[in-house]
Design a protein around this ligand. Structure first.
Ligand code: 6PG
Length: 230
């Protein structure tokens, strides 16, 4: 599949255009189906986008928001993606959006999978927009190449929407959308900043297997738009 690349001169220009594109997609989903669904990733990259998106003028009460992955920590923990989204995206106009939890009170992510999948089934699918980040190891969501769960996570016929992942190169047990769940999206974006990550993605697409660089498994199977700035 093709990777459409949108390159911006700086992160501010990327954020402005990305927020507008997402706003248009969500407004269209609401108009056509009554509700729209947005899947976002955690990490540092999306922070400015979340803040800008939170102020856009759509009927956020008709938008369901969830995460592509979550660290299995409480919302009070600094590593919580749920906290990141609630503190930065679900503010302002977007404060009335419906957040669909991946995290449960179970001690282990594996025990929370059934509830997470039930929660996700309430969202309009295919997801209207799904935003992925990428680590320099080529992981996306929490599909980590270092994890014992990576083959299961990339398995298109697993029948799974989520899975528990224990990375060895990053902290915390995770819950992640599987590859089939990620691909069940109308619009898939990879959101990157910096030359290093762009080079990692380009090199991965050229030289690596999907198990080595899981982000390539998404690009190989769906139209993906890369939103990149230096
Ligand atoms: O939970 C997470 O950490 C994310 O979902 C993860 O996949 C992230 O998108 C990349 O690790 C990039 O993170 P940065 O934006 O911080 O570089």
């Amino acid at each position: 599949m093709a990777l459409t690349q949108q390159h911006f001169e700086n992160a501010e220009a990327l954020t402005a255009q990305f927020a507008q594109s997402l706003t248009d997609i969500l407004a269209q989903g609401i108009e056509k189906r009554g509700r729209a669904s947005l899947v976002v990733s955690g990490g540092r990259t999306p922070l400015a986008l979340f803040k800008t998106l939170s102020k856009t003028d759509i009927d956020w009460s008709k938008v369901d928001v969830t995460l592509a992955d979550e660290r299995w920590v409480g919302e009070e923990h600094e590593a919580s993606n749920t906290r990141l989204v609630k503190d930065n995206l679900l503010q302002n106009n977007a404060s009335v959006a419906n957040f669909v939890e991946l995290k449960t009170d179970d001690a282990d992510a594996a025990d929370g999978i059934a509830q997470a999948e039930s929660n996700l089934s309430s969202m309009s699918q295919p997801f209207d927009a799904l935003i992925l980040g990428m680590g320099e190891d080529g992981h996306t969501a929490s599909l980590f190449p270092c994890s014992a769960q990576i083959e299961d996570g990339l398995n298109l016929s697993s029948g799974k929407i989520c899975l528990a992942v224990q990375p060895t190169t990053a902290p915390h047990q995770r819950i992640s959308l599987t590859l089939p769940a990620i691909l069940n999206s109308r619009n898939i974006f990879i959101h990157l900043t910096g030359d290093k990550k762009k080079a990692v993605l380009e090199d991965a697409l050229e030289h690596n297997t999907e198990l080595e660089k899981p982000v390539t498994a998404v690009v190989n199977r769906a139209p993906v738009t890369l939103m990149w700035a230096p």
